[in-house]
Design a protein. Structure first.
Length: 134
């Protein structure tokens, strides 16, 4: 079972082009693409949780909330992996009204952190916590 979950995370990461948007400041197609890529992972969580008896409206809201929470946890984990100097530089970039989502993505890529490993770990922890395995 763990191998199957690991493979799902690996496959998601393999196709995951790290669309980090850090919060809701940059509402764009790339953030939507990231959330769309997280949705199958969340759908698997909901299936594994074996929730029944909820209306489609409640299911859709729960899915939306879980995708948002997972995206925020990924963002937080990436920021936590940065050095204090990198965080200071990142804050300067975030305060720049001309900064784009692409500039933020490039900044994260240039930090040298292993974003794929951080994303995989965060997703595994999110899954374990949600399913009560943590």
């Amino acid at each position: 079972h763990v191998l199957l979950v690991g493979r799902r995370i690996y496959n998601l990461l393999y196709n995951f082009n790290l669309y980090v948007t850090f919060g809701d400041r940059f509402k764009n197609k790339k953030r939507e693409k990231m959330e769309n890529q997280l949705t199958p992972f969340v759908d698997t969580l909901l299936k594994d949780k074996n929730l029944s008896g909820m209306t489609q409206e409640v299911f859709n809201q729960l899915r939306h909330d879980l995708v948002r929470d997972l995206r925020h946890q990924i963002d937080r984990a990436l920021i936590d992996a940065m050095s204090d100097d990198q965080i200071d530089q990142f804050n300067i970039l975030m305060d720049d009204p001309g900064a784009t989502g692409e500039a933020l993505q490039q900044f994260v890529a240039d930090t040298g952190i292993d974003s794929a490993a951080i994303i995989a770990t965060t997703m595994s922890q999110f899954r374990a916590y949600y399913l009560g395995e943590a």
